[in-house]
Ligand binder design. Structure first.
Ligand SMILES: Cc1ncc(COP(=O)(O)O)c(C=O)c1O
Length: 383
């Protein structure tokens, strides 16, 4: 394999997937290795570095190396899903440990953390981590082992100060993990701001084509905690298949272009929707009216992300009718694909959700911005 040049820009590194070339065939794209097992050398060693494919598959190597490089990390690990990656971090905790997790974030993980903490004797405080004073009050020096944040966070797009959160976590003796699925390494590099771990639902922007479920963790340091996470993956077995790993790498090659372009469209759309008479509020960190705008402008580079939400006038019924009226936008859950999606979040999250019932979440894809605006405005007007 060829190694990359450190002077290449992230876009070049991604486009060439670090420039690795298969030495035997000179192929510019990697092979898919379906083999589950690898032959030992005669003296009982595994010098090629692979023994059994539960977590040692050569198809992972290039995808993990590229993601680690884009995040500026010491290593990356692929998992079977974003949830598998996130839950692996919690599986390294011990009974009695205290965790601070974000009050409004990807709902599936918030629900899981609560249940996991109850069952396994872990204390969890759900906190508005975008308020650093609240975070500082919530950590318990010596007892808090993990601070978990997401930024920008589903589905109100709260922006959390990563450097500030890292300082507070570290002062208390805790590690900071960041769900950076929405920002991607194109817009934010949390490890450079002091975070210890970055998590991605690779299902979203990293893959980008709504055809792979995948997850990943990236570490700042290849330390003991990273080794413990490796063991969780090895023993827990929530690993990605080689075909999915191959598709993920293919998706990552266009990541910078997709993220920048869809973020640009999201900003255009957000600005346009602000003036619409059926829209009560537009939630998007790129708007000056958003409480996290100034921080996002400092912490994010190249765009404010391709996710936004609108609160429709007329409550839940108007929101659901708007989603029913679209022709081009797809009424579906998930985010980060080339096609734009619209979703009534409160219906998905169910009773107890902190999400207002008049909120529609928009994942902006790569269509022509004018087509997206026309379709959404027509849907709003027809309510
Ligand atoms: C921000 C965020 N984190 C984590 C996840 C979980 O990822 P997966 O569905 O791949 O398990 C999602 C899924 O929607 C997400 O949006």
């Amino acid at each position: 394999m060829n190694s990359d040049s450190p002077t290449w820009s992230p876009r070049t590194k991604a486009a060439q997937a670090l420039g690795w070339v298969d030495e035997r065939t000179r192929a510019v794209t990697p092979a898919i290795h379906p083999s589950t097992t690898f032959i030992r050398d005669a003296d009982n060693q595994h010098r090629a570095g692979y023994s059994y494919s539960r977590d040692e598959n050569p198809t992972y190597d290039q995808a993990e190396a590229l993601l680690a490089e884009l995040e500026g990390g010491a290593g990356a690990m692929l998992f079977a899903s974003g949830m598998a990656a996130a839950t692996a971090v919690f599986h390294t905790l011990r009974a009695g440990d205290h965790v601070v997790a974000q009050e409004v974030m990807y709902w599936g993980l918030r629900r899981w953390i609560k249940d996991f903490a109850d069952r396994y004797g872990i204390e969890v405080s759900f906190v508005a981590t975008w308020d650093l004073d609240a975070l500082a009050q919530a950590v318990r020096p010596g007892a808090t082992k993990l601070v978990w944040i997401e930024t920008p966070a589903n589905p109100m797009w709260h922006v959390v100060d990563i450097a500030g959160a890292a300082e507070i976590a570290h002062r208390a003796g805790a590690r900071l993990a960041v769900d950076s699925t929405v920002a991607t390494p194109v817009l934010t590099r949390p490890l450079g701001l002091g975070a210890d771990l970055v998590m991605h639902a690779g299902t979203k922007y990293l893959n980008g084509h709504s055809d792979v479920v995948a997850g990943a963790l990236v570490t700042r340091e290849a330390d003991e905690d990273w080794q413990a996470l490796g063991l969780v993956r090895h023993d827990g077995g929530a690993v990605l298949g080689p075909f999915e790993a191959w598709l993920l790498l293919r998706g990552m090659r266009t990541l910078p272009l997709r993220v920048v372009e869809s973020s640009r469209t999201a900003l255009t759309l957000a600005r346009r929707l602000v003036g619409h008479d059926r829209v009560g509020e537009v939630l998007y960190p790129g708007l000056q009216s958003h409480p996290g705008h100034a921080l996002a402008a400092r912490q994010m580079e190249g765009g404010f992300g391709a996710m936004l939400s609108i609160r429709t006038k007329g409550g839940e019924a108007a929101a659901i009718r708007t989603a029913a009226n679209v022709a081009l936008w797809k009424r579906a859950t998930s985010l980060g694909g080339v096609e734009s999606l619209i979703e009534h979040r409160a219906s998905v999250e169910g009773p107890g959700t902190p999400v207002p019932s008049d909120l529609l979440r928009l994942s902006v894809g790569l269509e022509d911005p004018d087509d997206l605006i026309q379709d959404l405005e027509a849907a709003l007007d027809a309510v």
